[in-house]
Structures are given as structure tokens and as C-alpha cells.
Design a protein around this ligand. Structure first.
Ligand code: ADP
Ligand code: MG
Length: 939
């Protein structure tokens, strides 16, 4: 047996991998007879024994042979399937955190049980990731008896429900057999959890939007096994997960606040001098500080606002938002000038860079200021809907301590798996020799001729009774083939990957005599096509014909139906084998060779006979856009006649070359998406880490003390710079700022006593600390600590969402800006970093200000953020704004001009867009040549 396996292997790297594992297979096999002697209870006892050995310090690798042997023995008893030796190898590849390439029908569902069992023994949980909900449920139900026999719990995550496998659970609906509903957290607490990539990813994002620990559903991401890994980590990786929801506040509030701003009176403006010099004018509602671009309300101003807005107390926690809006509204009116700081163009407020004078489309002021300016200008306030959380699959799956994958087709994408996920691919030999015949491609001049040939091929096979599976690249093409077949009176089924459960039933019968099935790429993936039909699925049909609902039929009826089905499928199997097995017709080459191989792989499973044939035309997108010239040349050389197809190895090779080019191009797009997401990823880690700490209940007192200290230093620097003469200190401004930020009032007499900057620092610092201590005394320590965590969480969330909005806009805008030869990604990184930095500073300032000012009514329940707001959130998958959209064809131009192509040198322009020569006098009027003046600044 072992020799036989070795003989089938080719390719030195994979050969070496497999050779290395053979001794472990031998070792596992040697344990078999001893385990066979155990009764079921003793076999289950092995689980505890192995768990204990691990707890006592044994390495997971050390117990592998025994765990595999136990799992295999239990599989034989509970599922009637004993893992083949090649499946043990597949299991080892997965355990090593690699990708096991195993052909369709090799039994990957069963393979995954080996490493899942072994790694779940550590108690940390294993996730098995499937491409759709139907498969997650199916696999859990299918493999459930095995885990159950070994005493392991199994969870299933579905889109809006979660379950655990429990054979004792009775339900009238057999589709839900043995699935007991449990809450999501409990499903994640199971030893093994089945679910889709989407659900795992969304649960992760949702967890990071929660407000208390007991709302979190996931545990640490320990070990993930991704089924159909190419589909999930490559095809789906172009579209990130996005949770979006209504923007923070209704836009109405901005307009409402905007209307009262003109009714407030300016008390003073600090331009260069000091507030103390203009102290006597303090009659009025607000003070504008042009130096620090800040506006603050006076006592009188607060009263005015309360009156104008009919609010009793602006410092009440529930109104503190309004206060913030008023401040931003005042800034918008008093400090930001149209056509200087921004322009209004096509109903949008576009920031003008204060240094270069360039317009910065896509950039937004944060924290509600941009909206306030929009309200002031009376234009539409952008974005009712915004990103609340987002992550790419790349970054989600990279968080697992260990990641593994399995699929029938991985090798063509080995480079991407290695580069992005650090996943190696090992090709595991098949259990039986593959017999499928792959015919060389035929190419027609027109699509019409091609489809005619496809139909002829189908009819020829169908007349004999040979089953045919027709693969298409789109639903539209499926419909086209379907129409032609209808015209010719050929019965057939069409699958579009829409209704997974129903389509699984249809595709399971695609191997029946005379079946013709048309399917897009993903339709029915994961469902085994048995020649002659699948008796389990067929039995349901039989029940329905008898007027019984297969979902609720009695066990007896079901057993009888399965037996009846076998009577049909067994002889039919033999007839279909004699006809040559399942024939695959490809109606187009896909962008990626992998997807074509996937289609082909549906035939010839487990040593079945089978064949495949791809039909192409020069009008197909792939040939038209990516390979036409070359292929046309070959065609001419070979002499292609009208209406006559061409079938030649050279053509097949030219097409493969075209596909490789598209694959590379698509890889570039995914890398690009990832490069952008990587910037966010670091920021996300910091924010989510901080949130987690707060939720964990860790005291934030030290953090807060540090932030206060930072702010004190910052405030001192603005009004009494280090090294400045005491006479130049702006004590009035300082006093005003201290009052604003820390609610601190230092008597003038105390300032007078200070002679050194150090002394001033001490005075201020002490006063602020004392004020904070006083607050803590008033509220009590416990409440103060709770308030700290609470304020931090709220402010972090609000600011983070606001930041995500800025990032969205940045991404949209970055491509629009003229950066000369600078790389937009570099610019993006830089700006995203700056934005984040600003956000962190804002978080600190706002949290501190609120901690000093928010009035807490004792015994009143603390007003936790409204969780229902999240409930309105929508989940979606889509290209990040500004990213290449997914799906479909990328324009030929961008494919033939790789990203590295040199860009033409930019034509120098003035900020208003006029061309300007390098030696012309600069537009700024400096008198210098342009190249020596603003050109330098533009870089
Ligand atoms: P894959 O996911 O690799 O395409 P599946 O997990 O769907 O394959 O299994 C294909 C078929 O092979 C199933 O019908 C399963 O019952 C059968 N099978 C897998 N492993 C074994 C085994 N060790 N013994 C018997 N049948 C097996
Ligand atoms: Mg499968």
C-alpha cells in the first residue's frame, strides 16, 4: 500500500513532504489493532487520556499518531468510513499549518477531522471554515457522530442562528437533525466550530463593537482550517467585510445648530497677542483663538445656547454632544473661510491645503467640523451611511495562531498563498489513480459557432445517456446555453449558486444517466457527484413522490426510500461507468486556470472514468482582451477556415499564458487592497486592543493621569512657551484654557507669586491634579473608575468611526489628487498615520475634558451607548471605496500596462490648474523662478 502511494507521487518537493510523513502513517497504522480491541467507552476515554498528556506538558506533535489513530477508529465505527492513508497525510499537512491540495472527491471533509480532533484536545477551539452556510451545517451534521463518539462538542454558526451537534435532540425537520439551537457564544465555546468565512469575520468585527465582555462571542483565534481555501482566501479576498450603518448623528442637528450660530456674539479674538490684553472686552458669548484654531464659550455663551436651543444644562451627559456641535459650528463660522481654507465646488466642501494652496478632494476635517462647514455653506451634508467596521479576509485569517487550508486546486496560486498568508501548498496524492481524459481546447472564430458546437457535444452524449456537466462563467451565459438546449428539446437543470441547499440536491444527481446540468463556477461546490446518482438525495425525491415531506418523514419511511433509491442507483452506476462517466463541458476559459481545474475536477473522482472538453471562441473575453494577437497569429499559421474550429496544443498553451497574465494582474489588485488595509490593520489593532482592555475592566486611572499630564504640558506650551520670558506669558489665555479643559480656576494672586516656568508648571499641574482628586472624592473611587472606562469607550468609538469615515474619504480622494510622481500608497500611509495621530490626540483631549466636566447624577443608571444603533448596521462585502471593484473584467489597458510602467512626468501647474513653465516667475509673486519656489514645495 505504502509503496503504491509513493509510486503515484511526482514533483520532488511534494514527494519529499509526503516521504517525510510516511513513517508517521506507519506508526499510526501500527496502533490500529490495539484500538480495535477497545469498546466505545474505552475509545472515548482516550480523549481524556490525550488531553491529560497535553496538560501535563506533552507536545501536540507527540500525541499526533495516537490521536489520528483514535480519530480514525472512531470514524470507522460512527461514520462507516475509515481514513485512507493518503487522508492521514492530508491531515498531517493541515496540522502543520499548510494547504493540502487534494482532488475533488478525495474526502477532505473527513480529512479535516484528524487535525481538528488533535488540536481541539488543547481546549482552545478549532474553526472549520466553509464557503456557505449549507456546507457548514452539512459538515457538522455529517462529522458530528465522530466527534460525539470521542466526547468533543461541535458548534455550527449560521447566518442568523447557531447550533450545537446533539444526537439526542429531536426535531421534526430532518434538515436540522441533531442540531440543537444554542447562543452564538456557546457555539464558539465548542471544541470544534463550523461556519463560513463571512460569519467568522463579521462576528469578529461585531465583537469589537460591543460594550461589555459578556457580549463577546468569539474566543482567541486559535486554529482555523479553511475548506475550499482558494475560493475563500483568493477569490473572495478582493472584497473586504464591511459593517456600515447610519452616520453618527442625524444631519439635521448640524443645520439646527448652524441656525443659532449667527445669533451668538463674539467676545474677543486672540490673534497674536494675549487674552489678558483684551480682557476688558469679554462681554459676549465666545472667544476665538486664531492661534490654536479654537473657540470657547463664555459663561454667558453657555447660557445663550441653553436658551436658544431650549436645553436646561449643556453639561448634562446627554447634551454634551450638543455642546460639541456648537463649538464646531462656531469654529466653522469664525475660523474657516471660504476660498481660503476651503472651496465649494459642485455642492461639496473641498479643503484647500494651507501650505501649497492645492485642493485636497476627499480630505475631510474630522470630528464634525466638516459637517459644520457644510451646514454653514448650505450644501448637502455628506454621508448618511458610513463604515463602522471593516476588515479584509487576509487580515482576519492572519490573526489565527495557526491556519490551514484544503482544496482541489491550490498549486497554481502557491505564490500568493505563501506571500500573503505564509501558507505552503503540499499536493497529496490521490487515493486511486485519476482516469479522466482532458481533451485539448477547441477554438472557434465566433461565439455563435462555439455554442453550436457545445450543444452538439451535449446532444451527442445525452443521446447515449452519458451525464454532462456544463460549466459557464456567468449566470447570463448559463441562460444562453439553457435557451439553446430548450430549443433542441434537451432536458436540463440550471444552477446559479443562489440556493445552496436546493442546488446541492440537484448537483448531487448530475451523475445520473442522461442528466444535463449547467452550473456557474461556485454552484454546488462541495457536493459530491456520484455516478448513477446519490441514493441519499434520491431518497428524498422518492418520498416527495409518495406525498411525504422528506423533512418530516418517519425514520421507517426514510429507510425504505433509501433502500429503494439504492435499487436504482447501483445498476445505474455501472451503466454510467460503461458510458465513460461524467463528461465536463467548459464553455469558456475562466480568468484563472484554477477555476477551470476546479470544474474539470468534478469528474473522475476516486478513480471514476470521466472526460472534459473546453470550447472557446475568439470572441471570448479572455482571448479578446488578453491573448488575441498571439492566438490569432497561431491560428493564421495553422490556417483557420471559416466555420472550422482549431484544436492544437499551441493554442492551449497560448491560452494558459493569457490566463497567467490575468492571474498576476488579479494578484496585484488583491495585494493593493491588502497594502491599503495593512495601514488600517495596525490602527485597528491598537484601537481594538484598547477597547478590549477597557472591557476587561482594567483600571484606566494611570492612562487618564498620563493623558491629563500630556494635556497640561500642551496647554502650558501654547500660552507660556518653554524659554519664553515671564512677561510674554499669556496668563489670561492660560487661565481661560485651564477653565475650559479642566474646570480649574487658579486665583490671580497665585500666578503673581510664580517667577519661573518650572514654578508655573508645578502650580498648574498641582491645581489640575487637585481638581481631579476632588472630583474623585465627590463621585467615589469606584464610580470614578467606571466613569473613566465609560467615557473612554464612548469617545474611542465615536472618534474611531469618525476616523474610518475620514479614511474612506481619503481613499476616494487620494487617486484624484495630483501627486506628481509620488506614490499614492505612500501618501495614503502618511496621511492615514497623521489622521490617526490626530485622532488619538483628540481622544485624549475629549476624554479628559469630559471627565472633568460631565455631571454625574448618582444612582442614575449610566447612559450606555445605544446598542440598537448597531442593530441597524448592515453587513456587506464590497470593494473598499477607491479600490478596484471586484468581479468582471479589468480593462485591457491596465492589464497590459503593469503598475510599474513609468508615468509621464507631470506638467507643472499653478493651484488653479494653469500650466506654468519651470523657469517662469512663480505664481505666488515671490519673484523667484517657479522651479526654485513653489515647485519645490509641491515635490
Ligand atoms: P471532497 O471535499 O474532497 O471533494 P468529500 O468530503 O465531499 O470530498 O467526500 C467525497 C466522498 O468520499 C463522500 O461521499 C465520502 O463519503 C467519501 N469518502 C471520503 N473518505 C472516505 C473514506 N475514507 N472511506 C469511504 N468513503 C470516503
Ligand atoms: Mg469538499
Amino acid at each position: 500500500m505504502i509503496d503504491a502511494i509513493l509510486k503515484k507521487i511526482f514533483g520532488t518537493k511534494h514527494e519529499r513532504d509526503v516521504k517525510r510523513m510516511m513513517p508517521v502513517v506507519v506508526e499510526t497504522n501500527a496502533l490500529e489493532s490495539a484500538l480495535q480491541a477497545l469498546d466505545d467507552a474505552a475509545l472515548r476515554g482516550k480523549t481524556d487520556e490525550l488531553r491529560k498528556r497535553l496538560a501535563d506538558g506533552a507536545e501536540v506533535d507527540e500525541v499526533l499518531p495516537e490521536a489520528f489513530a483514535v480519530c480514525r477508529e472512531a470514524a470507522g465505527r460512527s461514520l462507516g468510513m475509515r481514513h485512507f492513508d493518503v487522508q492521514l497525510i492530508g491531515g498531517m499537512v493541515l496540522h502543520e499549518g499548510k494547504i493540502a491540495e487534494m482532488a475533488t472527491g478525495e474526502g477532505k471533509t473527513l480529512v479535516a477531522t484528524l487535525p481538528a480532533y488533535l488540536n481541539a484536545l488543547t481546549g482552545k477551539g478549532v474553526h472549520i471554515v466553509t464557503v456557505n452556510d449549507y456546507l457548514a451545517k452539512r459538515d457538522a451534521q455529517w462529522m458530528g457522530p465522530l466527534y460525539h463518539a470521542l466526547g468533543l462538542s461541535v458548534g455550527v454558526i449560521q447566518h442568523e442562528a447557531s447550533f450545537t451537534y446533539d444526537p439526542a435532540f429531536a426535531t421534526p425537520d430532518i434538515r436540522m437533525t441533531a442540531l440543537r439551537p444554542i447562543d452564538r457564544r456557546a457555539a464558539y465555546q465548542c471544541d470544534i466550530t463550523y461556519g463560513t468565512n463571512n460569519e467568522f469575520g463579521f462576528d469578529y468585527l461585531r465583537d469589537n463593537m460591543r460594550f461589555s465582555l459578556d457580549e463577546l462571542v468569539q474566543r482567541e483565534l486559535h486554529y482555523g482550517i479553511v475548506d475550499e481555501v482558494d475560493s475563500i482566501l483568493i477569490d473572495e479576498a478582493r472584497t473586504p467585510l464591511i459593517i456600515s450603518g447610519p452616520a453618527e448623528e442625524s444631519t439635521e442637528l448640524y443645520y439646527k445648530i448652524d441656525r443659532i450660530i449667527p445669533r451668538l456674539k463674539r467676545a474677543a479674538t486672540i490673534v497674536e497677542g494675549k487674552l489678558s490684553e483684551i480682557e476688558e472686552q469679554r462681554e459676549g458669548d465666545y472667544i476665538v483663538d486664531e492661534k490654536s484654531k479654537a473657540v470657547s464659550l463664555t459663561e454667558q455663551g453657555i447660557a445663550s445656547c441653553e436658551r436658544l436651543l431650549s436645553v436646561d444644562n449643556l453639561y448634562d451627559p446627554q447634551h454634551i454632544n450638543i455642546l460639541h456641535h456648537v463649538q464646531q459650528g462656531l469654529r466653522a463660522h469664525a475660523l474657516y473661510r471660504r476660498d481660503v481654507d476651503y472651496v465649494v465646488k459642485d455642492g461639496e466642501v473641498i479643503i484647500v491645503d494651507e501650505f501649497t494652496g492645492r485642493m485636497m478632494p476627499g480630505r475631510r476635517w474630522s470630528d464634525g467640523l466638516h459637517q459644520a462647514v457644510e451646514a454653514k455653506e448650505g450644501v448637502r451634508i455628506e454621508r448618511e451611511n458610513q463604515t463602522l467596521a471593516t476588515i479584509t479576509f487576509q487580515n482576519y485569517f492572519r490573526m489565527y495562531d495557526k491556519l490551514a487550508g484544503m482544496t482541489g486546486t491550490a498549486e497554481t496560486e502557491a505564490e500568493e498563498f505563501a506571500k500573503i498568508y505564509k501558507l505552503d501548498v503540499t499536493v497529496v496524492p490521490t487515493n486511486r489513480t485519476l482516469l479522466r481524459v482532458n481533451h485539448p481546447d477547441v477554438v472557434y472564430k465566433t461565439e455563435r459557432e462555439k455554442f453550436n458546437a457545445v450543444v452538439e457535444d451535449i446532444i451527442k452524449r445525452n443521446e447515449k445517456g452519458q451525464p454532462v456537466l456544463v460549466g459557464t462563467v456567468s449566470i447570463e451565459k448559463s441562460e444562453a446555453v439553457s435557451k439553446l438546449l430548450k430549443k433542441r428539446g434537451v432536458r436540463h437543470e440550471v444552477l446559479n449558486a443562489k440556493y445552496h441547499e436546493r442546488e446541492a440536491e440537484i448537483v448531487a444527481q448530475a451523475g445520473r444517466e442522461g442528466a444535463v446540468t449547467i452550473a456557474t463556477n461556485m454552484a454546488g461546490r462541495g457536493t459530491d457527484i456520484l455516478l448513477g446518482g446519490n441514493p441519499d438525495f434520491l431518497s428524498k425525491e422518492i418520498l416527495r413522490k409518495k406525498g411525504l415531506d422528506p423533512a418530516t418523514a418517519s425514520g421507517e419511511d426514510r429507510g425504505a426510500a433509501v433502500a429503494e433509491a439504492r435499487q436504482i442507483t447501483e445498476p445505474e452506476h455501472q451503466r454510467v461507468v460503461n458510458l465513460g462517466g461524467l463528461h465536463i463541458v467548459g464553455t469558456e476559459r475562466h480568468e484563472s486556470r484554477r477555476v477551470d481545474n476546479q470544474l474539470r475536477g468534478r469528474s473522475g473522482r476516486q478513480g471514476d472514468p470521466g472526460s472534459s472538453h473546453f470550447y472557446l471562441s475568439l470572441e471570448d473575453d479572455l482571448l479578446r482582451i488578453f491573448g488575441s494577437q498571439r492566438i490569432q497569429r497561431i491560428m493564421e499559421r495553422l490556417g483557420m477556415e471559416e466555420g472550422e474550429p482549431i484544436e492544437h496544443k499551441l493554442v492551449t498553451r497560448a491560452i494558459a499564458t493569457a490566463q497567467k497574465r490575468v492571474e498576476n494582474h488579479n494578484f496585484e489588485i488583491r495585494k493593493h487592497l491588502l497594502e491599503y488595509d495593512d495601514v488600517m490593520n495596525k490602527q485597528r489593532e491598537i484601537i481594538y486592543g484598547m477597547r478590549r482592555q477597557i472591557l476587561d475592566g482594567e483600571s484606566q486611572a494611570d492612562n487618564v493621569a498620563e493623558w491629563i499630564e500630556d494635556l497640561v504640558v500642551g496647554t502650558l506650551d501654547s500660552y507660556a512657551a518653554e524659554g519664553a520670558h515671564p512677561e510674554d506669558w499669556d496668563l489670561g489665555g492660560l487661565s481661560e484654557a485651564l477653565h475650559r479643559q479642566f474646570d480649574v480656576k487658579i486665583p490671580a494672586a497665585q500666578y503673581d507669586e510664580v517667577v519661573s516656568r518650572e514654578g508655573l508648571g508645578e502650580l498648574v499641574s498641582e491645581a489640575v491634579k487637585e481638581r481631579y482628586a476632588q472630583r474623585e472624592h465627590e463621585l467615589g473611587e469606584e464610580l470614578m473608575r467606571a466613569l473613566e472606562r465609560h467615557e473612554m469607550l464612548i469617545v474611542i468609538d465615536t472618534q474611531w468611526k469618525d476616523h474610518l469615515l475620514s479614511i474612506d474619504h481619503l481613499k476616494e480622494g487620494i487617486g484624484l489628487r495630483g501627486y506628481g510622481q509620488r506614490d499614492p500608497l505612500t501618501e495614503y500611509k502618511k496621511e492615514a498615520f497623521d489622521l490617526f495621530q490626530d485622532m488619538v490626540e483628540r481622544v485624549k483631549a475629549i476624554v479628559v475634558e469630559r471627565l472633568f466636566k460631565v455631571q454625574v447624577v448618582r444612582d442614575a443608571p449610566m447612559d450606555l451607548p445605544n446598542i440598537t444603533a448597531w442593530a441597524d448596521a448592515q453587513e456587506s462585502r464590497g470593494a473598499l471605496p477607491g479600490e478596484p471593484r471586484s468581479g468582471g473584467w479589468t480593462p485591457a489597458a491596465s492589464a497590459s500596462a503593469p503598475a510599474s510602467a513609468p508615468r509621464p512626468a507631470p506638467v507643472p501647474r499653478t493651484p488653479t490648474g494653469e500650466k506654468i513653465g519651470r523657469n517662469d516667475p512663480c505664481y505666488c509673486g515671490s519673484g523667484k523662478k517657479y522651479k526654485k519656489c513653489h515647485l519645490l514645495q509641491q515635490g
